[in-house]
Ligand binder design. Sequence first.
Ligand SMILES: *Cc1c(COP(=O)(O)O)cnc(C)c1O
Length: 216
Amino acid sequence: MSLIANLKEIRNSLPEEVTLVAVSKTKPVDDILALHQAGQLDFGENRVQELVKKQEILPDKIRWHLIGHLQKNKVKYIAGFVYMIHSVDSTALLKEINKQAEKHNRRINCLLQIRIADEDTKFGMEKEEAQEILNHCKTEYPFTNICGLMGMATFTDNQEQLRKEFRTLKLYFDYFKTYYSGMKILSMGMSGDYPIAVEEGSNLVRIGSLIFGTRT
Ligand SMILES: *Cc1c(COP(=O)(O)O)cnc(C)c1O
């Protein structure tokens, strides 16, 4: 099937209110352009250098999402254009994003990445750190717009475990919403687990291989 057919099939399988981010890491700019011309606005990358290169070449209308672990010293390269950073996994990183955003006189959309997987390899903060950030973010990080949470489930076929992890994140999301009105986006679900993530309340999925084919 063609890329565009893949995209449409996934789009059609999602409720209207769920945002689809096409994860284009390692994939060529021609593929991204084809999907963009077919109407896709949101693309996700996990490496700063690759993101910067693609952004320079591709149309300005594309909304670029940084979804992978971000080192503090690299924030400056994307602060001028990035649409949303999903992988804010520490208070120190958020501080740096705020500082670099101020230089560009813009507010950067940020999601707090929460660790929900039972794997050491997955980045993310604990709920308590997120809570602490949300209590002070309007005054301490005025050049950021913290608009939700992101989580990655364990890499497993165990549906019940996936469901449990997504459900945990949705509970945090609902709880934060009760006192922080900016809590809008719940980024969870990838190619292998997005139907469960959507059932459990995700409103943004990050899908790569089901659109572009497997990465080598
Ligand atoms: C690569 C990646 C995805 C997409 O993975 P697929 O399994 O190809 O859909 C989603 N989220 C993050 C953080 C990723 O790094």
